[in-house]
Ligand binder design. Structure first.
Ligand code: FAD
Length: 578
């Protein structure tokens, strides 16, 4: 048993926790991060790392100058009755300052996501780009050696043989590796370095997406002298007269009692792996097991339980309890079953999604959340919630189809393992999958007739900027629509999954946890998935988890440090130095 004194204790080393830690430490607080897993990063490490931050200085430097009223209008329409004005204002006002702070003062540097459109493009105020930033890639050689083993590795399922690929120009180059000279050299160069890294370091060294975000945040925290205690779950909070004064941690060498002067920030990643809460709160999960989250196993709701133990309240009034994403299960020879998120493939031209009756049920190119919500709503009562993605041979050789990669990577291992079903005809495919063959044939006939002229009268696929952005810019007349024509045909089964939870602790705009009377609990903050999502359980744009997670953790860090003034945020071109 040992004792530790600090100003602010952070529970969890993901995007929210590390953001709160760096912000508070930069502003002079003595901060300690306690992380339950043996590595930092949580779900953030496995994520795309994209952050929705309207008015951010990088987009402004790219020439996208908009008024705060535009994203505000969009959110008012997208969130409807879940619109929480004070918290949305805090998000819109602080997000750009958060980006400016990190870019100016820390190792976290950004790239602009100017090309990423909001998902619900038909709503007033929707952005066609310029509201997102991502983490700038970083080579592991630039990270302190002592930190390297503390970083959660890339999720294998979203990598190319362990190598992360970044959405945007990097991914586009890989997709054009066999059709353009530039794409060929880019992909060849990246693969060559990856193989070199595997030979010399037994791991890929070039970090992109969520792994780059966590590496840069952890480096920033380490630069500021913040202890990052891994394998150290926080077990209980300490209180005095209703205010939080510390916590008890379970370290590798025994219990640690931490006394704090400014309190505790809960950032333990929500409860996607808490089966009991899932059973209570998730739709169509009678045992809690009929859900396949992508978040790492440590995210079992500890932050929410700690908050509740101090009088905090779990907000279950959101439109949806979780950030849905369709997943497929990937069987490996050693018996492991991986979980693959269908983010990239659904919008490409020549793929459709059907239920067991063979009918389409959604605009496949809409967001992962909208797709899964539609699947949950449309799956016949009494049946498991499931759907099939279907494509033809030309599609499979041209685009990623779940885990299966396009030409020149062979498809047969995926068929042999049972991950993909293959049929010479649609009828044979339907029979293998348990889909109604006549229903599927009728769906494909009617879809094809319209797809060749770039139309989808049933679901309007390819009309929004978001749909077209997820398609193939080289495909005419509609980047998101092509017929499903010549066999062999392929299918992959998709199931309801999530990136994490939306339901979380009720907080005020300063990220302070509220008690049952709506009053802040002294010294207790929550951010990230431990905080009820500011989008009210909706999914209006990519990056709406990490953007708010970091913004509200930044607000918490500043509040704990007693900082009130903001630096001036000016348009900021991408930093080429680091
Ligand atoms: C494949 C994938 C892609 C995604 N892409 C995006 C994207 O591009 N943009 C976006 O906005 N969102 C994305 N998401 C969602 C996003 O990653 C999460 O919502 C977000 O990272 C949550 O951040 P967090 O800091 O709250 O939690 P986490 O990053 O999960 O961190 C929580 C940490 O707390 C630790 N912890 C748990 N209990 C304790 C305890 N008792 N004591 C100490 N530590 C504890 C956990 O081990 C974990 O390390 C994606 C998710 C996945 C899985």
């Amino acid at each position: 048993m040992s004792n530790l004194d600090c100003d602010l204790l952070i529970v969890g080393g993901g995007a929210a926790g590390l953001t709160g830690a760096v912000t508070a430490a930069y502003h002079g607080l003595k901060v300690v991060v306690a992380e339950k897993a043996s590595v930092l990063g949580g779900a953030t490490s496995w994520s795309g790392g994209w952050m929705w931050v309207p008015l951010n200085p990088l987009s402004q430097a790219d020439g996208i100058i908009e008024d705060i009223d535009q994203p505000r209008t969009y959110l008012k329409h997208a969130l409807g009755e879940n619109y929480d004005e004070p918290r949305v204002e805090a998000l819109l006002e602080n997000g750009r300052h958060m980006v400016g702070f990190f870019e100016n003062h820390t190792a976290l540097q950004f790239v602009s996501g100017t090309w990423i459109a909001d998902i619900q493009g038909d709503l007033p105020g929707a952005g066609t780009g310029g509201r997102s930033v991502g983490p700038k890639p970083i080579n592991m050689r630039r990270i302190q050696k002592s930190l390297r083993a503390k970083l959660r590795p890339q999720l294998y399922e979203t990598s190319l043989l362990g190598m992360g690929i970044m959405a945007g120009p990097d991914l586009q180059a890989f997709l054009h590796a066999t059709t353009s000279v530039k794409g060929f050299f880019h992909a060849g160069w990246r693969i060559m370095f990856h193989v070199f890294d595997l030979a010399t370091h037994r791991q890929g060294m070039q970090l992109v997406n969520g792994t780059a975000l966590i590496a840069r945040l952890a480096k920033s925290a380490d630069d500021l002298g913040v202890p990052l205690l891994t394998d150290t779950p926080v077990r209980r909070l300490l209180t005095e007269e209703g205010a939080i004064t510390g916590a008890v941690l379970d370290g590798p060498d025994g219990e640690i009692t931490v006394r704090t002067t400014r309190g505790v920030l809960l950032a333990a990643g929500g409860f996607p792996n808490d089966v009991t809460r899932r059973r209570k709160l998730f739709p169509r999960t009678p045992t809690g097991q009929e859900h396949w989250t992508l978040a790492p196993p440590e995210t079992t709701g500890d932050g929410v339980s700690l908050g509740e133990s101090a009088g905090g309240v779990l907000d279950t009034s959101l439109a949806s309890p979780a950030a849905w994403c369709p997943v497929s299960l990937v069987p490996y020879r050693n018996g492991r079953v991986g979980t693959y998120p269908h983010i990239v493939d659904r919008g490409k031209p020549g793929l459709i999604a059907v239920l067991s009756n063979g009918k389409r049920f959604v605009n496949e190119a809409d967001g992962y959340y909208q797709f899964t919500a539609a699947m949950i709503a449309a799956a016949p009562a009494g049946e498991d919630v499931t759907a099939w993605l279907i494509c033809d041979h030309a599609f499979q050789r041209r685009y990623p189809f779940g885990m299966a990669k396009p030409f020149p990577i062979p498809v047969w291992p995926y068929v042999r393992s049972g991950y993909l079903q293959r049929g010479k005809t649609l009828k044979e495919l339907a029979q293998k999958c348990g889909i109604d063959p006549a229903g599927l044939q009728a769906t494909v006939d009617s879809f094809n007739k319209n797809a060749v002229v770039g139309e989808d009268p049933e679901f309007g696929r390819g009309r929004s900027a978001f749909n077209r952005g997820s398609g193939d810019p080289d495909h005419d007349p509609n980047p998101s629509l092509a017929p499903v024509e010549k066999g062999p045909f392929y299918a992959v089964k998709v199931l309801p999954g999530s990136f994490g939870t939306f339901a979380g602790l009720k907080t005020d705009p300063k990220s302070r946890v509220l008690n049952g009377d709506g009053q802040p609990i002294g010294g207790l903050y929550a951010a990230g998935s431990d905080q009820a999502n500011v989008m009210g359980g909706h999914y209006p744009s990519g990056g709406i988890n990490i953007g708010p997670a970091m913004t509200f953790a930044y607000i918490a860090g500043r509040h704990a440090a007693g900082v009130r003034e903001y630096e001036n945020v000016t348009p900021m071109p991408m930093n080429d130095g680091n």
